[in-house]
Design a protein around this ligand. Structure first.
Ligand code: FES
Length: 105
């Protein structure tokens, strides 16, 4: 199971082993990561699962798809180059060690 770490605004870290195939919004909610809400349940209609992928991991997480890209325009926290909607990132063994920064909302 890949280990994922969420770094909160202010520096506190929450880490969890996430089953392969689960999306990282669900994993954040299951591990009580603050400020990752996942209001729409992962169907790309709320943008409340916004995170910033650590730059070292950009190549492995890939880029947002077209619909995700549109939804990233309505995030509460500012959109940045590394912005992703975490419901669209699926846990794989390749993502073991992934670091996601969580904007405070
Ligand atoms: S949970 Fe709604 S867009 Fe990700």
């Amino acid at each position: 199971m890949p280990k994922i770490t969420w770094v909160l605004d202010g520096g506190r870290e929450i880490s969890a082993n996430v089953a392969v195939g689960h999306n990282l919004m669900e994993a954040a909610v299951a591990n009580n990561v603050p400020d990752v809400i996942g209001e729409c349940g992962g169907c790309l209609s709320c943008a409340t699962c916004h995170v910033y992928v650590d730059p070292a991991w950009a190549a492995k997480t890939g880029k947002p798809g077209e619909m995700e890209d549109d939804m990233l325009e309505i995030t509460t926290a500012e959109r940045r180059e590394m912005s992703r909607l975490s419901c669209q990132i699926i846990a794989t063994e390749e993502l073991d060690g992934l670091i996601l920064h969580v904007p405070h909302i």
